[in-house]
Ligand binder design. Structure first.
Ligand code: ADP
Ligand code: ADP
Ligand code: MG
Length: 461
């Protein structure tokens, strides 16, 4: 087993990894930017090294500085978390060549699945259904029009390098296709340094259903069921649940087998997620693979009773998948709300700043993964997520009721958060009935009945 691991990330996921290391008896080295000096991941790690200025391009994305820190700290392995360098195959290669274990898949599998267009090609080869679309990158306006005409409107223009809901435009006709083609390319160039796009059929109001894959280096690959991540804003997940209210045992079996087959076809190892869209007739289409641990891995852990981050570390160290992971079955229901430092009353505009008072809910069936505390200053430079609130219940209904209760207890002042938004969704009758798809948030928020109630707390600051 490893003796020391460098965590190439910040925020809640850095804490998540540090906690797993501590339980495994592994020492930790945190890296941090100048904006994160007071961050909990720096305080809780055994050692820490500052790697640069606040913008992530000057710190968390600097491969040479992270590797220098790894050399100085004499670590055996690097855990990249999610975001930043987690899906950067070049970074994984550099780690490999420096004889530092990258806790993730082999760089070859990252190459295969990292680019969405290439991932579609592998899915096609493995016989996994994909959304109908262009055969590859769409190079010109003329080609875009030809493809869209062939598959039929509406269509989605998507960046091959896209992520976090960016570099994506829908088009219902030729004029919007032209505008979308150029704006998607422009956004992708700015965000990912790669303007390439492809076109696929827009699936109208689908469910986003993804399968958790775990694979070791001894030829064992399993799936740990699905997560439903259809509660989204601007194509970004805000609430996730496991299992999906839409899922049947036979559909799970079919989709799970397809996910495992695709992972095996690229020699996948470690944790990964195969994302699908499912239409109202139960047809499923592969959209992309995330070659890393995901934000919402937590709900799978609670439902399947395993620690996916510890398992990632064990797999990277050459161990076999634990028997309890290989044979894991769903026992409970779990829901996760992403708590962001944003003002839901002002179109979710970012709300960085000092947290004047922080009280987190607790009690049975409540889990919080967060780096927030009273006095913590949320920096404006990074993702706005400050906490993940997870509730677990024997049934979907009890998990929802517990979430409603936990949100009422959550008390954060000094900054605005998305807690009132989540409370409104937990009270929504359609959500409670399990009637939702990726268009749900937009429909609910534009309805006249939608109401954001301020958190009322009797807690004394
Ligand atoms: P999930 O893990 O559920 O797929 P997201 O897709 O929202 O969650 O991504 C997790 C984090 O990684 C977010 O902070 C997001 O901004 C970031 N991220 C995702 N893809 C990329 C990418 N290609 N480049 C940079 N950051 C990304
Ligand atoms: P990202 O890399 O940003 O996560 P994805 O390809 O996973 O991008 O898509 C994110 C979300 O965008 C999906 O969960 C879905 O809501 C929406 N989306 C993507 N492609 C389509 C499509 N072809 N039809 C309908 N919705 C789509
Ligand atoms: Mg995705």
């Amino acid at each position: 087993m490893f003796e020391k691991i460098l965590i190439a990330n910040r925020g809640e996921i850095a804490l998540r990894i540090i906690r797993a290391c501590k339980e495994l008896g592994i020492r930790t080295l945190a890296v941090y930017s100048e904006a994160d000096v007071d961050s909990l991941h720096v305080q809780l790690a055994d050692e820490s090294i500052c790697i640069g200025a606040a913008p992530s391009s000057e710190s968390y994305l600097k491969i040479d500085r992270i590797l220098s820190a790894a050399e100085v700290g004499d670590v055996d392995a690097i855990h990249p978390g999610y975001g930043f360098l987690a899906e950067n195959a070049h970074f994984a290669e550099v780690c490999e060549s420096c004889k530092i274990k990258f806790i993730g898949p082999p760089s070859s599998a990252m190459h295969a699945m990292g680019d969405k267009n290439s991932a579609r090609t592998y899915a096609r080869k493995a016989g996994v259904p994909i959304t109908p679309g262009s055969d590859g990158i769409v190079e010109t306006e003329k080609e875009a029009m030809k493809v869209a005409k062939k598959i039929g409107y509406p269509v989605m223009i998507k960046a091959v390098a896209g992520g976090g809901g960016r570099g994506m435009r829908m088009a219902h006709n030729e004029p919007s296709l032209m505008t979308g083609y150029h704006s998607a390319r422009h956004e992708a160039e700015k965000a990912f340094g790669n303007p390439d796009v492809y076109i696929e059929k827009l699936i109208v109001n689908p469910h986003h259903i993804e399968f958790q894959i775990m694979a070791d280096s001894h030829g064992h690959t399993v799936h740990l069921g699905e997560r439903d991540c259809s509660i989204q804003r601007r194509n970004q997940k805000v609430i996730e649940e496991c299992p999906s209210p839409l899922m049947t045992a036979s559909l799970r079996k079919k989709m799970g087998a397809a996910a495992v087959k695709l992972a095996n076809s690229v020699g996948y190892q470690n944790a990964g997620t195969i994302e699908f869209l499912v239409d109202d007739k139960g047809h499923y289409f592969f959209i992309e693979m995330n070659t890393r641990i995901q934000v919402e891995h937590t709900i799978t852990e609670e439902v399947y009773g395993c620690d996916l981050v510890k398992e990632q570390i064990r797999i990277a160290a050459g161990e076999k998948l634990s028997p309890h992971v290989q044979n894991a079955t769903p026992r409970l229901h779990a829901i996760q709300c992403r708590i962001n430092a944003e003002d839901p009353a002002k179109d979710f505009q970012p709300s960085p700043g000092r947290i004047a008072f922080y009280y987190a809910p607790g009690g049975r069936g409540v889990r919080i993964d967060s780096h927030a505390y009273t006095g913590y200053v949320v920096p404006p430079y990074y993702d706005s997520m400050i906490a993940k609130l997870i509730t677990i219940g024997a049934t979907r209904e009890s998990a929802i009721d517990r979430m409603r209760r936990a949100l009422e207890e959550y008390y954060i002042t000094g900054i605005k958060t998305t807690v009132p938004f989540h409370s409104a969704i937990m009270r929504n009758a359609e959500f409670r009935a399990g009637n939702y798809d990726t268009g749900f948030v937009e429909r609910v928020m534009s309805s006249e009945h939608f109401e954001l109630k301020p958190t009322v707390s009797r807690l004394r600051e």
